[in-house]
Design a protein around this ligand. Structure first.
Ligand code: MLT
Length: 301
């Protein structure tokens, strides 16, 4: 159990639910640290007392990191704390992209009468799918989430190729011996049946996947984005799907331009939305912030 009062943090609404389970939160006008989940801090007027910001999650793009750094405020995230939740959703969506489970489940609800089962048997062919086993998965970004996706996809019988634009090739390779290493992102784009992106959003990765990259993919390729919406250029992906340059897009980011397109599956940023992930992130953020405020060190042991 953690008592957030002991390190004088302010907690945002997103974290408030943890009061009931684990935390006592002390809202204060002179906080030494801030813990937050999804709230945007860009317009937040930081009190002079703030020394650190703990983002209970992987991405820190809701925090003005540059400004914080200039002001001497340490910003950290909770790497890996919600990775399992995101990984499970990616694997679920890989399966959804080869088996029309949602369509079949919706359709079966429309059946009426005592012969519903017979009708289902007679018409189920329309919902036949394919299998993941033996197909090629490309994982762009081999951090905590990408590496877990790669491992589980391998266990499902997929052939996994990884590329990390930031981690050196040798480090990426050591993350998982089950991942074939690609020498370039182009290799992943050209050769894989499914491509999933797991890199953080930054100036360098904004529109990492745009017109040029989409044009290199197989016509049958399925692209998945569970990292950040801005990594994939929305208009380019819609155009690529309309032109038949790729087959499907699965995204966890609800850009309205992507809605109502039967080749695009849009989720409302559910990647880390599990009880377990939220608790793990909050605990790691609270522990690390406490440690930093007590010792000036955020190194996790
Ligand atoms: C993250 O950055 O940890 C995930 O996108 C989940 C989230 O922000 O809720």
């Amino acid at each position: 159990m953690y008592d957030i009062k002991t390190f004088n943090a302010i907690a945002s609404v997103g974290l408030a639910r943890f009061d009931e389970q684990n935390f006592t939160i002390n809202q204060t006008e002179t906080p030494a640290g801030i813990i937050l989940r999804s709230q945007k801090l860009h317009d937040y007027d930081f009190p002079d007392s703030v020394l650190a910001v703990a983002r209970a999650g992987a991405g820190t793009n809701n925090v003005p990191v540059k400004q914080c750094t200039e002001d001497g405020i340490v910003v950290f995230n909770t790497p890996g704390a919600n990775a399992n939740a995101v990984k499970e959703l990616v694997i679920a969506c890989l399966l959804l992209s080869v088996r029309p489970i949602l369509k079949g489940a919706n359709w079966v609800q429309t059946l009426t009468g005592p012969d519903a089962e017979e009708q289902a048997e007679a018409q189920k062919k329309q919902f036949a799918g394919t299998e993941l086993e033996g197909k090629k998965l490309g994982v762009i970004g081999l951090g905590a989430i990408g590496a877990m996706v790669a491992n589980d996809a391998y266990r499902l019988g997929m052939e996994v190729t990884g590329f990390d634009p930031f981690v050196s090739v040798d480090t990426a390779w050591s993350i998982s011996r089950r991942v074939k290493r690609a020498q370039s992102m182009e290799e992943v784009l050209k050769t894989c049946d499914f491509i999933t992106v797991h890199v953080p959003l930054s100036e360098n990765t904004h529109h990492l996947i745009g017109k040029e990259q989409l044009a290199k993919m197989k016509k049958t390729a399925v692209l998945l984005n569970f990292a950040r919406g801005e990594l994939v250029e929305t208009e380019a992906v819609i155009a690529a799907i309309e032109a038949g340059e790729i087959s499907n897009f699965v995204t966890d980011f609800a850009d309205e331009r992507l809605l109502n397109n039967e080749k695009i599956l849009v989720l409302p940023h559910l990647g880390a939305s599990t009880e377990e992930a939220e608790v793990n992130c909050a605990k790691m953020a609270a522990r690390t912030l406490k440690k930093f405020l007590e010792t000036g060190n955020i190194k996790r042991s």
